[in-house]
Design a protein around this ligand. Structure first.
Ligand code: 48H
Length: 270
């Protein structure tokens, strides 16, 4: 009698391959693809998942969380200004009040709870996956993404001539942080102009990032630090409230667009 059930090595591999391929095939079509699994992308995903949409997060790293694992410098404490600590309450993260309206939480606890809450909402994750390009169809509407296995970006071209593959979706959310990689792709084609983020000014930046979160191009929403990069807004340094509230706002905007798409397809089909 052994402690563990007897399983052959090949069965382990088959379980991984089968489960991965079934999920990959299912998510070739989705309602929303979020590029970037940092705090803004995770919250946007959680909200959309809770609302019943089929959501995929594309993350180039092997791990989710982006800059949310550490606060500032090398210190793993994150700060949030009121009222954004309410989102920590929603995902059961403990925190303390450092000064009036300023809250501090353990970054590993906050980040892992947020990742868990996003997965619990039914959001699926393709990690080690790099957004390379967009699918843009008639009416200049974003209709999907072109992705590749991210390690190939770090290999010399001679050994990495791998073609990417397309994934279809109805709405794309750029949650790639400071780089605003998705919006940047449109800038390369002169379809969008990015201003570049401004110097730090916490008081001004957080409000502005949440306010400017929205659709920048038909079918493309920006959230989190990508908003500051697109609109030239000041950065906020090691405080994360705007990332969480911007993620919520991005989900609301996405739901509005998805509802419009539904309504127009009902009208077209009588
Ligand atoms: C797939 C990609 C690609 C790509 C990037 O940086 P993040 O944490 O982004 P936000 O906006 O959710 O949060 C920003 C916050 O962490 C921060 O940096 C703050 C508040 N700074 C203020 C300041 O003043 O400095 O996460 C972005 C995620 C990362 O996990 C990337 O790996 C991923 O996006 N990503 N994934 N394809 N092309 N580009």
């Amino acid at each position: 009698m052994t402690l563990f059930h007897q399983v052959r090595e090949g069965e382990v591999t088959k379980a991984i391959v089968g489960s991965f391929l079934r999920q990959f095939e299912e998510y070739v079509y989705s309602d929303v693809i979020i590029v970037g699994g940092g705090p803004s992308g995770l919250i946007a995903g959680r909200e959309l998942g809770k609302a019943g949409y089929k959501v995929l997060i594309i993350e180039r790293n092997n791990y989710l969380g982006g800059g949310f694992w550490v606060g500032g410098y090398f210190m793993n404490k994150v700060t949030l200004r009121a009222p954004s600590q309410e989102i920590l309450d929603e995902v059961n993260v403990p925190y303390s009040e450092a000064s009036e309206g300023l809250y501090v939480a353990d970054a590993p606890h906050a980040c892992s709870k947020l990742i868990g809450a996003t997965c619990d909402a039914g959001v699926k994750i393709f990690n080690l996956t790099l957004m390379e390009d967009l699918i843009v169809r008639e009416d200049n509407m974003v209709a999907g993404l072109v992705v590749n296995w991210s390690p190939i970006a770090y290999l010399p071209k001679e050994v990495s001539a791998l073609d990417p593959i397309p994934l279809e979706t109805r709405v794309v959310i750029d949650a790639t942080g400071h780089d605003a990689c998705v919006a940047r792709k449109l800038e390369h084609r002169s379809a969008l102009k990015l201003t570049g983020e401004g110097a730090m000014w916490i008081e001004k930046s957080e409000e502005a990032v949440v306010e400017h979160t929205g659709e920048v191009y038909p079918g493309l929403i920006v959230t989190g630090m990508a908003v500051a990069t697109v609109y030239g807004l000041p950065r906020m340094g090691p405080t994360f409230g705007a990332m969480l509230l911007s993620g919520k706002r991005a989900a609301e905007v996405a739901i509005g667009i998805l509802q419009q798409i539904e309504e127009s397809s009902v009208t077209e089909n009588g």
